[in-house]
Write a protein that binds this ligand. Structure first.
Ligand SMILES: [Zn+2]
Length: 308
């Protein structure tokens, strides 16, 4: 079986103002880079409101729907904008996560990557922020737990920014282990080691500006991997942000494309040990177009190797 790739043209219809880093070209470059790969290509469905209600209250979902402008842009947070296509894009990004979980847990794909935008890991229970509308990775976790009846899932977030939204949405979910590494200090400012969740199921790994691949690997081997193995998740969800890349303009970590490949390979190895290789990965950040496309391709190629 092949690695599944979930995406939808609607994710290109979420337009941001000129100069905004989270732009349409990001996904265009990724899709171009993935074009030659032998993937099981799937259309991302729209999420159902019942899916979104697993993580967001009705009032928030309605707010997002009502905030969509008829034309131009509407700013809903310091750096989060909506265009006429944003609601559809948000529903596709969330729907991709749900469908990817269904495919992997249903045995139709060994693992899956969701090439979607807007990203999701900054969206809190009732707050859109950081380019994010809906908490895609947390939704994947809740769907796996509540719809599929899993007992334990893990989310690993290697985006350079703290996954504050995923942490908020899964803070009191004892069935979900959340591991997130981030540059600190850096926006949004949260993600200290003493933020451990209501049931000690949140592991924050702050990394100093300038942290390179060797130090990143050591931190994951010392802190993240033992925790992940001990938790024995039945599914691993990856919040795959590529803005820790050395070429990224929004942060100061120094990971190479090979470091993203290494980290993905290690997560695939752990998944093979504890959950028959089941991984659902969803795109978060990454703002240097060339580095983003390269690192995403390297990430997906490791998923493909593990799928064979
Ligand atoms: Zn980021």
């Amino acid at each position: 079986m092949k690695t599944a790739l979930l995406t939808h043209a609607d994710c290109l219809g979420h337009v941001t103002p000129d100069g905004h880093p989270e732009r349409v070209a990001r996904l265009e470059h990724i899709l171009h880079a993935l074009e030659p790969l032998d993937l099981d290509r799937k259309t991302a469905p729209l999420a159902a409101d019942d899916d979104l209600r697993r993580i967001h209250p009705d009032s928030y979902i309605e707010d997002i729907r009502r905030s969509v402008p008829v034309e131009g842009f509407r700013q809903i947070d310091g750096d989060t904008f909506m265009s006429p296509g944003s609601v559809s894009a948000g529903y596709r990004a969330a729907g991709a996560a749900v469908r990817a979980v269904d495919l992997v847990l249903g045995g139709e794909a060994p693992n899956a990557f969701c090439a979607v935008r807007p990203p999701g890991h900054h969206a809190e229970t009732d707050t859109a922020m950081g380019f994010c509308l809906f908490g895609n990775a947390a939704l994947a976790a809740k769907h796996a737990l509540d719809h599929h009846g899993l007992s334990r899932v893990a989310v690993v977030d290697f985006d350079v920014h703290h996954g504050n939204g995923t942490q908020d949405l899964l803070w009191d979910e004892k069935r979900a282990l959340v591991i997130t590494s981030q540059q600190m200090p850096l926006w949004p400012g949260s993600g200290r080691p003493d933020e451990t969740g209501a049931y000690d199921t949140v592991l924050n790994i702050p990394l100093a500006p300038g942290t390179g691949g060797a130090e990143m690997r050591a931190a994951y081997e010392r802190l993240a991997f033992p925790r992940l193995r001990a938790f024995e998740p039945e599914l691993i969800i990856i919040s795959a942000g590529f803005d820790a890349h050395q070429d990224d303009p929004l942060a100061e970590l120094n990971w190479s494309t090979g470091d993203f490949a290494w980290l993905t390979s290690e997560l695939c190895q752990i998944a093979a040990e504890v959950c028959e290789g089941r991984i659902v990965s969803t795109l978060e950040g990454g703002y240097d177009l060339k580095a983003l496309a390269e690192a995403t391709r390297a990430h997906v190629e490791e998923l493909m190797k593990a799928a064979q």
